[in-house]
Design a protein around this ligand. Structure first.
Ligand SMILES: *Cc1c(COP(=O)(O)O)cnc(C)c1O
Length: 449
């Protein structure tokens, strides 16, 4: 075979192409400085991103991908963005949506979380340099907010508060509970099962619709550890009903725990049927407990308020150690209590006219861009195990149904409500500061079509 055979020529050309590709493989420092790749370094760390860059460069040298395609291939090869905690704009009309993390934190609470992310004084008294009370600031803020409480204790959520109280006060003994208050909460969990799981025996009294003070009196005996009064937070009983008040259950020689559920600290005229901590304590409850991420508008936590001696028994019980909240929760809770009204409170304080004005402004902006959008009155709910049966007059932007899915796929995701031949974006739970973001998301979806 001569030196200039066609095979030789072809082979030399191939070598030259490979050598050329090698020269054109983007350099490591240039790739790491690419803005989109650099953003992922902040999230994933330099080592992992650099290793991915090296791998993709090799595939380029091997001729598997073109040099121009390397930056995109690096981004493709990196792990997807964290899927826990992706932001969602709540346009469902459900103010406290358990699947969306219930209450959004106030700006003050967000700042407090950021400030306490590092090492903090969560359980240290900086004045003396000694171990302090865990979350002392949050406990003081709770006592200041509810002067009727002698003391406060915080655990991970309200279910934990109920379990701790049942365990510390009544394990191996009886807990008296009305048959009208055997409540199932979300995801199939039942509060009676939760209470029974502590080793306490449930002593059901009364009937589904009627339980009187005499029913409790007849059931309480030497073996009773606790009376639980549980708020029907996610359903109502109407018609022929009777229920004993907390003030009728005191004086039986047994502590009374009122599980208030949604956590109003004081009465709220807009929600007259929601129980509140100050009233329940004034009526004589030894302890009240509630979630901090429902109507209180704070982080996920369970708050216990009441008698100092009873709460000290709970705090000294070994189970408390397994249920105590982290420093971020305690910081967010204190800031929620001390700071300006959180978003949930602000949303409840807004008027239906405010909401219709916002929906109208969004719909007009969208129509101005050729989108089939109309504002209309709607009905929202409090949700999240609060204020059952209460309808909140609200307003929504109605879009064609086909918008629902692409809005949910956006970042941040926008979650509306599918109803009667349309996709409703209800402004009830949307922070007014996010109205523009909501409109922009719809505009972006319209442009993609
Ligand atoms: C919501 C609720 C609970 C559960 O509270 P979590 O904070 O979700 O654990 C328990 N009891 C009542 C009455 C509730 O409304």
């Amino acid at each position: 075979m001569s030196a200039t055979s066609p095979e030789r020529v072809a082979s030399r050309q191939r070598d030259a192409t490979v050598a050329d590709t090698r020269r054109r493989v983007p350099r490591t420092d240039a790739l790491l400085a690419d803005p989109a790749i650099a953003a992922r370094i902040a999230e994933l760390g330099r080592d992992l991103v650099k290793a991915t860059v090296t791998r993709v460069q090799q595939r380029c040298r091997d001729g598997a991908i073109a040099p121009e395609a390397v930056p995109a291939a690096v981004l493709d090869a990196l792990p997807p963005r964290a899927a826990t905690g992706r932001p969602v704009v709540n346009a469902t009309g459900v103010l406290l949506h358990t699947n969306l993390g219930r209450a959004p934190l106030s700006p003050a609470a967000r700042a407090a979380v950021a400030a306490s992310c590092g090492t903090s004084d969560v359980e240290l008294d900086l004045d003396t340099g000694r171990r302090g009370v865990r979350g002392a600031g949050a406990l003081a803020a709770l006592r200041a907010a509810v002067p009727a409480a002698e003391a406060a204790l915080v655990v991970n959520n309200n279910a934990a508060a109920v379990v701790l109280a049942a365990t510390a006060l009544a394990a191996g003994r009886e807990i008296v509970l009305s048959r009208g208050e055997l409540v199932q909460i979300g995801d199939g969990f039942r509060l009676p099962d939760l209470i029974a799981s502590t080793g306490a025996r449930l002593r059901e009294v009364g009937t589904t619709n009627c339980t009187t003070a005499a029913d409790y009196r007849a059931a309480v005996g030497a073996d009773t550890g606790l009376i639980v009064k549980l708020h029907r937070s996610n359903f109502t009983i109407a018609g022929f009903t009777a229920e004993a008040g907390i003030d009728e259950l005191t004086g039986l020689g047994v502590p009374v725990l009122a599980d208030l559920g949604s956590g109003l600290l004081a009465p709220l005229p807009l929600l007259p049927d929601e129980p509140d901590a100050a009233t329940a304590l004034r009526d004589g409850a030894d302890l009240v407990c509630f979630s901090a991420d429902k109507l209180l508008g704070g982080p996920q936590a369970g708050v216990l308020l009441g008698r100092a001696a009873t709460l000290e028994r709970l705090r000294r019980h070994p189970l408390y150690r397994a249920l105590r909240p982290d420093k971020l929760t305690l910081a967010a809770l204190e800031a929620t209590l001390r700071g300006p009204a959180p978003p949930v409170t602000a949303a409840l304080a807004a008027t239906p006219a405010d909401r219709l004005r916002r929906a109208t402004a969004i719909a007009e902006l969208l129509r101005g861009n050729g989108i089939d959008a109309v504002a209309e009155p709607s009905e929202g709910v409090v949700g999240g195990g609060s204020a059952p049966g209460v309808r909140l007059p609200s307003a929504a932007v109605r879009l064609p149904t086909r918008y629902g899915e692409p809005l949910r796929a956006r970042d941040p995701a926008v979650l509306g409500r599918l109803a009667d031949d349309g996709c409703l974006l209800d402004v009830l739970a949307v922070d007014p500061a996010d109205d523009r973001l909501l409109a922009d998301a719809v505009l972006a979806v319209a442009r993609c079509r």
